[in-house]
Design a protein. Structure first.
Length: 268
């Protein structure tokens, strides 16, 4: 009997925590997310690089850069067309989106998050890289990362926020200067799409397992958004980030939601 085809060409376990300012629970969440995501395709894991040292205004930057290189090598070796990523912090998506944009030059990125994530090392009040991936992808990468990015800067016209409502002054300035827009109700996207899903976008009354419980997005609305994208677009990427359960019971509870998110992204 033939083996059923995988839902994704690659499941990337990318447990990066060094980009977060509240990282203590992220390793538990990344491990639980990887167990869920492993059901949907062959898995490869990005090795961690220790604490890391600050550099250029970014905390723990040396480890983050090492992990980016390791992820890039995995993605280059496997060259997947469709990628499901079990993060870590939000910044793990930089390597994934860079790969998918090389594979799909007309890729649209949907950023589901409570936060704008559009700071730069110069504007960030914290120095935490998980608040910088949007600006990084749009041409404001730290200097020693920029030459490693294979794709050109992401055009704002190929980007939509969902539920983002929090940011520092630098985030909002970047959003205004680049005209970054929100996905509108009923907006129909076609072509290749990648979804970045920071779980802190969700209403914490429904999903409390995050380090920054500041979201507003009802779970059913999030699932419906994913199903709508899967129905009209070619959903080639999904990255789950910032899962921070307090203990193993919370990890199991949250994992059930992560499974629903994956299923919705597959149009189920």
């Amino acid at each position: 009997m033939p083996t059923p085809a995988a839902d994704f060409d690659l499941v990337l376990a990318y447990p990066q925590w060094q980009g977060s300012g509240r990282a203590r629970r992220l390793p538990r969440g990344a491990a639980a997310a990887a167990r869920v995501c492993a059901r949907y395709g062959p898995t490869a894991a990005v090795p961690l690089s220790g604490e890391g040292a600050p550099h250029g205004g970014v905390n723990r930057w040396t480890a983050i850069l090492d992990q980016f290189r390791a992820a890039q090598a995995i993605l280059s070796a496997h060259d997947p067309r469709r990628v499901l990523t079990a993060g870590g912090d939000c910044a793990c998506d930089v390597a994934v989106i860079d790969h998918l944009r090389r594979r799909h030059p007309d890729l649209t990125v949907i950023w589901i998050d409570a936060h704008l994530d559009a700071n730069t090392p110069q504007t960030s009040p914290s120095g935490d890289f998980h608040g910088m991936p949007v600006a990084t992808l749009m041409g404001q990468a730290p200097p020693d990362l920029a030459p490693l990015l294979a794709a050109p800067p992401l055009s704002p016209s190929r980007f939509r926020y969902v539920s983002a409502h929090l940011g520092d002054p630098g985030d909002w300035a970047f959003q205004r200067d680049h005209g970054l827009a929100w996905l509108q109700p009923g907006e129909r996207l076609t072509g290749p799409v990648h979804v970045h899903f920071d779980l802190d976008a969700l209403d914490p009354a429904q999903f409390p397992h995050v380090a920054y419980p500041e979201g507003r997005l009802p779970l059913e609305d999030a699932l419906e958004t994913l199903r709508a994208l899967a129905a009209t677009a070619d959903l080639v990427g999904l990255t789950l980030t910032e899962f921070a359960p307090a203990d193993e019971a919370a990890a199991r509870d949250g994992a059930a939601v992560l499974e629903r998110i994956c299923e919705a992204a597959l149009g189920r």
